[in-house]
Design a protein around this ligand. Structure first.
Ligand SMILES: NC(=O)c1ccc[n+]([C@@H]2O[C@H](COP(=O)([O-])OP(=O)(O)OC[C@H]3O[C@@H](n4cnc5c(N)ncnc54)[C@H](O)[C@@H]3O)[C@@H](O)[C@H]2O)c1
Length: 470
């Protein structure tokens, strides 16, 4: 279910024209499409928010850019964040009502069509299931849940209520990612994928703190399941509230592995520890190695391996995903300036290579890799030596091949979150296919959370195919 063609990332012609509307054929067809969209966009969708902290604000400010949304309610147990969101919406002429309890908002705001959930992960299922049962469509942030059984309940409830459930792996709606997947799956730019790797390095200040005088009192903290204000604010680092950094950061990128391979993994081994910070429960560094068996890439079926590295002690290397294959490699990141493509020297030159951007920026590989001379040079004493001997120590030697710049989509300059919310709203208004429905989010949650189990078990753990079925 999670790896059907609809969700496998190929840009539909229509989507492609939307993002490349300013060039080529798009110039002719775009007005027709825009006209159709303008009609559908006039359908008002009433929206409520549950959880408006850091990410809730990001989603709110992005959603404000979508025409004909009416923001009617905001629920957050922390009056400080709730008040900020309500005031922001008022500024943009949305007189939304503020609530402490999400249940009260769902009960009173009967005309809400869609709810955006951005609470800490452990509350995703409770809020999502309640909203779906109240007849609302739900956009819920990742990680879907830190508990697989609760994630399953979210999917089953969306199926039973026939309400939409979009999970916040926003790369799935990012035109640059869709194009990269298209290059790999349809244009075969890497040939047969043989190895994947990705990582996120973040030098994270552990205590996010809170403004003085804005503390929740002890009774409120207790009522909502947080023992202290510090844990309430730093929920990511505690097992009750979160799946840890592999869920927080890794889930975005490991999701892309499954997407590119159109498969769920067969096994994972991992190591990690809470080695550098004190007073937290989740691992501050993780190394994981996945195996996907029998990956069908249009010929013989192969095992593909993929490495994932997470560091919360350094920002070295940033965050990106790398796909390596027999004909080339592709690097992409949510940071649009990072990455690029390389085609092996021996790979036949494809027409689409002409459309690719030239290498640029600090991450670019050189346009032309130096040719390594085959013939032996003569030394003074007449002996032959390898050309490699001439390579100076300290110089990096680029692999031979044709290098290109980061994947770009003409005319696309939106924030990374907006297209994913737009996809959710388009699904409500005009029946567009969700790019990350609950079933896909579930597949990713199962894939990712097993890393924590593998660290505890200190051995290779296998996935059973039925584990991925919600
Ligand atoms: N897609 C992304 O790129 C991305 C980025 C950051 C965070 N996130 C996700 O967004 C979610 C929120 O993360 P954050 O960084 O904004 O955390 P945060 O702590 O800044 O915000 C969480 C908010 O939820 C509220 N809350 C807690 N319990 C609640 C409850 N029972 N009912 C209503 N509100 C409640 C808190 O008061 C707070 O305002 C997480 O699931 C996180 O994984 C996604």
């Amino acid at each position: 279910m999670a790896h059907t063609e609809t969700n496998s990332g190929g840009l539909s012609r229509r989507d492609f024209l939307k993002v490349t509307g300013a060039v080529g054929a798009g110039m002719v067809l775009a007005p027709v499409i825009l006209g159709e969209e303008a009609k559908n966009a006039s359908k008002t969708v009433n929206v409520g928010f549950i959880g408006v902290g850091t990410q809730g604000r990001v989603l709110l400010t992005n959603a404000l850019k979508i025409p004909n949304l009416r923001f009617v309610g905001v629920a957050d147990i922390w009056p400080y964040n709730q008040g900020y969101a309500v005031r922001t919406l008022k500024k943009y002429n949305h007189p939304a009502n503020g609530y402490i309890e999400y249940a009260e908002m769902l009960d009173k705001e009967k005309d809400i069509d869609a709810v955006i959930v951005a609470t800490p992960d452990w509350k995703h299922a409770e809020c999502t299931v309640a909203a779906l049962k109240a007849g609302k469509h739900v956009y819920c942030e990742k990680e879907m849940s830190n508990d697989i059984a609760l994630a399953k309940e979210m999917v089953v409830t969306s199926q039973q209520t026939k309400k939409l459930l979009q999970i916040g792996h926003q790369r799935r709606s990012n035109p640059r990612y869709q194009l990269a997947i298209d290059y790999m799956q349809k244009k075969n730019c890497c040939g047969m994928l043989t190895f994947l790797s990705a990582g996120w390095s973040r030098s994270k200040r552990l205590d996010v703190g809170w403004p003085k005088g804005q503390e929740l009192d002890e009774a409120a903290l207790k009522k909502y399941g947080y023992d202290t204000m510090a844990r309430f604010r730093n929920w990511r680092w505690y097992k009750k509230f979160s799946g840890g950094p592999i869920a927080d950061l890794g889930s975005h990128q490991i999701d892309i592995f499954n997407w590119a391979l159109k498969a769920s993994p067969a096994a994972v081994m991992a190591a990690g520890g809470c080695d550098f910070y004190e007073g937290i429960e989740w691992y501050d560094n993780i190394s994981a190695l996945y195996e996907w068996d029998n990956v069908d890439q249009g010929g013989k079926k192969h095992t593909v391996r993929g490495y994932y590295q997470l560091l919360s002690t350094s920002s070295h290397g940033g965050y990106s995903e790398t796909f390596i294959g027999t004909d080339g490699s592709l690097i992409i990141s949510e940071n649009a300036g990072t990455g690029g493509m390389r085609r092996e020297q021996e790979a036949a030159e494809a027409d689409w290579e002409k459309e690719l951007p030239k290498p640029s920026g600090p991450n670019a590989a050189p346009a032309a890799a130096p040719k390594v001379e085959e013939k032996k040079a003569e030394t003074k004493d007449g002996a032959k030596k390898d050309a490699d001997d001439d390579i100076k120590v300290g110089h990096s030697v680029p692999a031979p091949g044709r290098y290109f710049g980061p994947i770009t989509v003409a005319g696309f300059n939106k924030s990374e979150h907006l297209p994913h919310i737009e996809n959710f709203i388009a699904a409500i208004r005009e029946g567009a296919a969700l790019t990350c429905p609950g079933e896909v989010g579930y597949d990713t949650a199962v894939t990712v959370l097993k890393v924590n189990d593998a660290i505890v078990a200190a051995k290779r753990l296998e996935f059973k195919p039925e584990e991925f079925k919600a």
